[in-house]
Ligand binder design. Structure first.
Ligand SMILES: [Zn+2]
Length: 325
């Protein structure tokens, strides 16, 4: 708080004029052998009048600045998603966990509560929409490249009254909107990128799924459900290049059908799928919206497409022309 603001506040509360207040401040400073600043002396004078000064919050740590490996961190955010508690058994011991998605305007982290800590949620001490401060946190990265926080041994959670975006704003910001970005800028999260399909990775391209349990099966046989008439899905693994970098993009089911202009059963009937794909999509420019995550096996980022559109060259050049003219 600046000296001027403190003086104004004392003026308001006491009716003294500025000159008198300045004298009081000087006196206080001398009393303390000039060991404190004018501002510090002004705070003490205000205190003697019983005036409560409000200090702006210490600058809060922005969530985007959390990096794996940080220990004993204090961070504030709003809980905008809580998963169902999961019970599990490990080495004969029963355990429980729940995950909270906690965000601010710059990012989000996943707070994992284990065993007894799950009661924070079960007893509604923490609810959806609450702003919380997590203290004594350990920051790490989960297998999908998202920031995850565990409470350390001395960690704790308390409610905070920091002012943060609303629940709806956070959901929209982190889960329902795709940020436009260059491939080189991608991190785990939701993005829109455009680029050229420069490679199609060889595979069977089409896979069988059990119509009952939806798991991947082979030769019309599900381990759980025996012989079934499978559903088919197309999976295309491609490489997208936007000249800043490349990323693997996976088109599955509807997005793959959209790209090919046909459904899985039609694609199934095509004999030389490889040539067909080369002809149809290789070298084409597309706009892809989807989720970027780290592939847990290969430890690299990949984009799972939620939607895809061919980049309409005419539209793009028209837009450019309208900007330039
Ligand atoms: Zn099945």
């Amino acid at each position: 708080m600046k000296l001027k603001a403190i003086i104004d506040r004392i003026k308001q509360e006491t009716g003294l004029d500025e000159q008198s207040i300045l004298e009081l401040i000087d006196k206080k400073q001398k009393e303390l052998d000039n060991l404190i600043t004018k501002e510090g002396a002004a705070i003490l004078v205000a205190k003697e009048f019983g005036i409560k000064l409000e200090f702006p919050n210490k600058q809060r740590l922005q969530i985007r600045n959390l990096v794996p490996g940080l220990k004993n961190v204090s961070v504030v955010g709003r809980v905008f998603k809580i998963t169902e508690p999961i019970e599990f058994e490990k080495n004969g011991n029963k355990g429980k966990l729940v995950k909270l998605y906690v965000g601010d305007e710059t990012g989000y982290f996943i707070l994992t509560l284990w065993n007894d800590q799950v009661s924070y949620v079960e007893e509604k001490l923490i609810k959806l929409g609450d702003v919380i401060e997590v203290k004594g946190a350990l920051v790490k990265e989960n297998m999908y490249g998202e920031i995850e926080i565990n409470l350390g041994k001395y960690g704790l959670i308390k409610k905070s009254n920091a002012s943060l975006p609303s629940l709806e704003e956070l959901e929209k910001l982190h889960f329902q909107s795709y940020k436009k970005a260059n491939i080189v800028e991608l991190k785990p999260g939701y993005y829109e990128v455009s680029g050229m399909i420069v490679h199609i990775f060889k595979s069977n391209y089409i896979f069988e799924f059990c119509p009952i349990c939806k798991s991947r099966i082979e030769a019309h046989y599900c381990k759980q459900h025996g012989n079934v008439e499978p559903n088919y899905s197309i999976i295309l693994n491609t490489l997208l290049d936007d000249e800043t970098q490349t990323i693997r993009v996976v088109f599955f089911n509807e997005t793959a059908s959209k790209l090919l202009g046909m459904d899985a059963s039609e694609f199934l009937g095509i004999e030389d799928k490889e040539s067909f794909l080369r002809e149809k999509i290789l070298g084409k420019e597309v706009i892809v919206k989807g989720k970027v995550r780290k592939n847990p096996i290969f430890n690299r980022l990949e984009l799972l497409a939620d939607s895809v559109e061919y980049l309409n060259i005419d539209k793009a050049t028209n837009e450019l022309a309208s900007v330039l003219l």
